[in-house]
Design a protein around this ligand. Sequence first.
Ligand code: SF4
Ligand code: SF4
Length: 252
Amino acid sequence: MMPNSMFLGLGYAFTVMIVMAFLLNRGMAGRKAAIGAAASTAIVGGLLLGGVPDPVTQYLQVFRGLSVGQVPVVPLVGLLLLTAIALVSGRLFCGHACPLGAAQELMSRVTERKVDITRFRPRTVRGAFTALMAAAAVAAPFVLSANPFRFYGLQFALAATVAFVAVLAASAVVYRPWCRLLCPFGAISEVASRRSVLRLRRQPGCSDCGRCVRVCPTEQPVPDGSMSECYLCGRCVDACRKGSLAYGRKGR
Ligand code: SF4
Ligand code: SF4
């Protein structure tokens, strides 16, 4: 990837995150805004810039570099930067600025009826896969060509293309399957987001009707929940008849 693409990708990611944070704070980022952001991110960060930022490759490069005695400065800084963003803003990057997250969000529109995977302990599965990917980066780096982010580089690498298509197909029946079951940065940012400063919160006026919980594909907006698996998809914002969900520092 060209350094210019990396900087342009970061610039784009920051721009879309700031715009969406503003709209979410005003209670204006429902489903239409989320889908608009996803389409923009898939086109700009994905197809035009080659899939940046790509925290999965950064994660793999960190372990690969360390295993051969190098300090992989650029991927390490990139990963730390995205983790710091999660500490402050929750899953804002995952929700709106990640090219692979965006593709899954768009595919989730095929049908709103999704297979419920919460009973399969998705966080445990993702944690195990995260460890497995670190081991693969060290012991069998050729496996890493199957990173679905690499599809966006338009090099038509077979393994990455198969992985990307598989993730898209699964996204029609499971909400964000890669993010919730497999993504190593999903695991990192979920932990970082548990006490994030900014998150979607119930505001004064909430009547505890429960509509938001019923429409949420990840069962998030329960009172006092950590929201660490909230992808800011906007479904609950649209479902709340009182306009009592907003993104910010304070809730009711
Ligand atoms: S969990 Fe991974 S693939 Fe999903 S949006 Fe976050 S970084 Fe992207
Ligand atoms: S709480 Fe659930 S429905 Fe609401 S934005 Fe987050 S993931 Fe979407």
